[in-house]
Design a protein. Structure first.
Length: 234
């Protein structure tokens, strides 16, 4: 019996020894990781963390988790205040949250830090358009197109032309958008409406028909197609 008791105590002591050693090793590893993290910051690698938070923020934005996206963007800016895109995306986020003044401030900062960031001009143009500052919106959409032509920028500028009573240029810009994104049903719908307003019913019917082909589940496309056919046959 004494031998068994002694054996159990030896085993327990061995287990405690192994556990203490494992804890000690884990502590060393944790301290090493902490030291490495602190060293990265101290040696100018803060931008790596800023980029990580920025990427995570964009993912949260795509999932419409705006609160977490804002936290990540704030962290990104905290680690690297020189990164224009952190301000640009935060400006876009403020825009989505209807905080126009904050959005404009961040987009201005982003443009100041990177004058070639086409997204910044596009987002700021959307904000100006919302504020009915069509002249500023036109300039920013045009600047975005100059840097990197996108369907969104052409659609935005087309909308500005429409509000400036220039349907011909509006149609031209919507056409440019269609050339860039030929499977975008909404652009055909938008251009079809302008054709309809101009009494160009054949063109309107063609656009509405295309929109229905691309997205048959959207009722407004088929409704406007029926309406254009009715107007043509009156």
């Amino acid at each position: 019996m004494e031998d068994n008791t002694q054996n159990n105590e030896n085993k327990n002591a061995a287990h405690r020894s192994v556990l203490n050693m494992a804890l000690a090793i884990a502590g060393v590893i944790a301290m090493g990781l902490l030291f490495k993290w602190a060293l990265n910051i101290a040696t100018g690698k803060k931008d790596q963390y800023a980029e990580k938070y920025l990427i995570e923020a964009v993912e949260y934005m795509s999932n419409k988790d705006y609160n977490e996206a804002m936290n990540k963007l704030n962290s990104s800016i905290k680690f690297d205040s020189t990164n224009a895109y952190a301000y640009i995306y935060r400006g876009k986020l403020y825009y989505l949250q209807e905080k126009q003044d904050k959005a404009l401030a961040d987009l201005n900062t982003g443009i100041a830090k990177n004058p070639d960031a086409d997204e910044a001009y596009l987002y700021r143009a959307d904000l100006f358009y919302l504020r009915e500052d069509y002249s500023s919106a036109f300039n920013d959409y045009s600047k975005s197109i100059e840097i990197s032509p996108t369907a969104d920028a052409y659609i935005g500028r087309g909308n500005v032309y429409l509000n400036m009573n220039n349907p011909t240029e509006a149609i031209a810009n919507y056409t440019q958008a269609i050339e860039l994104t030929p499977d975008n049903a909404e652009v055909y719908f938008i251009r079809g409406n302008v054709y309809n307003q101009q009494g160009m019913y054949d063109e309107a019917i063609a656009d509405f028909t295309k929109a229905v082909e691309l997205n048959p589940d959207e009722k407004k496309y088929s409704q406007n197609l029926d309406f254009a056919n009715k107007l043509k046959n009156e």
